[in-house]
Design a protein around this ligand. Structure first.
Ligand code: AMP
Ligand code: MG
Length: 355
């Protein structure tokens, strides 16, 4: 069974004000389905110059935003027949004249693959197809898994001036671990350019925010309890940027009582079993936040914290272990930047040592 769980909740405290002398809504909301998930836009009627947009203009903007996400999906999705990803996957040698968005995302994905020593890999297509998590499995045989693993080396891709080449004709690109964060980041930037004073874009476990709130407070983002996806296990507070979550409860199937989720460890070719059940990454770079939430999930706590130390100032993270411990990176203060909300989670001693 395919599942799409809620990973992040946006707590929207400055929403629709009616009564108390305020008759007009301050924010408009638009929800649609794209990139295999639910997209929610919440945008201020107020423009950055202080004037107000009409309802008709807001609706136009929503349609344009929807078209932008559609364009990203048509460029990056491996299931859209003539996307750059699908064309690259179908051709044994590579792809000529790739689109700018595809090159942008693929080059960032390859860079992050290098930095994370392959924990994040944009070339796991053969493995993700084999596991068929969205289609409910089944668990592949060892032989088929080993065969697929032999064709997942991201080093086989090279981006040239007007071409992407592959030295392994079977390698298959899957940008599912970075595309949504990229879409959130692009959309926030575009909406800001359109003069929207503030807004929130939420797209399948990635939430981007921009613009200062009217009361100057931070945006409050709820992180879903990985063991109860109807509950929030804590809140992070951000002024801007993106929060991306990767969790083992997001997409999975069960076989013989075992849960097989969608985040694969490139080293084993199996769902990552690193002791983490969920990872939230906060960054001003949405594509990075998305890719790193996947990568840190694969790494596990100690490797993820070492990676954090080696990349100062680029992101913060909340790691949630399968033992219900919460580990925060040093830049996040417990009870200030991260506020727990129950569910039996405790702060891990690792965090206390670090803070
Ligand atoms: P996310 O939900 O952002 O963690 O992304 C998970 C999706 O990224 C999966 O559904 C796969 O399409 C792909 N994926 C799975 N494992 C990895 C990995 N180790 N590196 C990069 N992408 C992955
Ligand atoms: Mg991701």
């Amino acid at each position: 069974m395919r599942r799409i769980a809620r990973l992040l909740t946006v707590v929207f405290l400055f929403g629709i004000l009616v009564g108390c002398g305020v008759s007009e809504p301050t924010m408009a909301e638009h929800v649609f389905f794209a990139m295999d998930t639910i997209v929610t836009l919440r945008l201020s009627y107020e423009k950055s110059d202080g004037t107000r947009r009409s309802t008709e203009k807001m609706e136009q903007l929503f349609m344009q935003a929807e078209a932008q996400v559609g364009e990203i999906e048509r460029a990056l999705s491996r299931t859209v027949a003539d996307s750059d990803t699908a064309r690259l996957n179908a051709d044994e040698a590579g792809l000529s004249s790739p689109g700018a968005q595809f090159v942008d995302v693929l080059s960032r994905a390859l860079e992050i693959a290098e930095q994370t020593d392959g924990a994040f890999s944009p070339t796991l297509g053969m493995l993700t197809t084999l596991w068929n998590v969205n289609g409910g499995g089944p668990v592949p045989t060892d032989a088929s898994r080993l065969y697929a693993m032999a064709h997942t080396d991201y080093h086989t891709l090279t981006i040239e001036a007007d071409r992407v080449t592959k030295s392994d004709s079977r390698v298959q690109v899957d940008l599912g671990g970075i595309a949504k964060g990229y879409a959130v980041e692009s959309l926030c930037a575009w909406l800001e350019e359109q003069g929207i004073a503030r807004g929130i874009v939420s797209l399948g476990g990635n939430v981007g925010v921009f613009g200062e709130k009217t009361d100057g407070s931070l945006y409050k983002i709820g992180i879903t309890d990985p063991r109860d996806s109807d509950a929030v296990m804590g809140y992070v507070y951000i002024a801007g940027g993106t929060v991306s979550v990767s969790g083992d409860y997001e997409r999975y199937f069960e076989e013989d009582g075992v849960r097989y989720h969608h985040i694969l460890d490139p080293e084993t070719g199996c769902p990552a079993d690193s002791g983490l059940s969920s990872v939230a990454v906060l960054s001003s770079d949405g594509a990075l936040a998305d890719a790193l939430s996947t990568a840190l999930f694969v790494m596990g706590t100690s490797e993820a914290l070492a990676y954090y130390e080696a990349h100062p100032g680029t992101f913060e993270a909340v790691l949630i272990t399968t033992d219900k411990e919460i580990v925060l990176t040093r830049g996040l203060r417990y009870n200030e930047d991260f506020i727990p909300s129950g569910g039996g989670y405790t702060l891990s001693s690792i965090t206390e040592e670090l803070s």
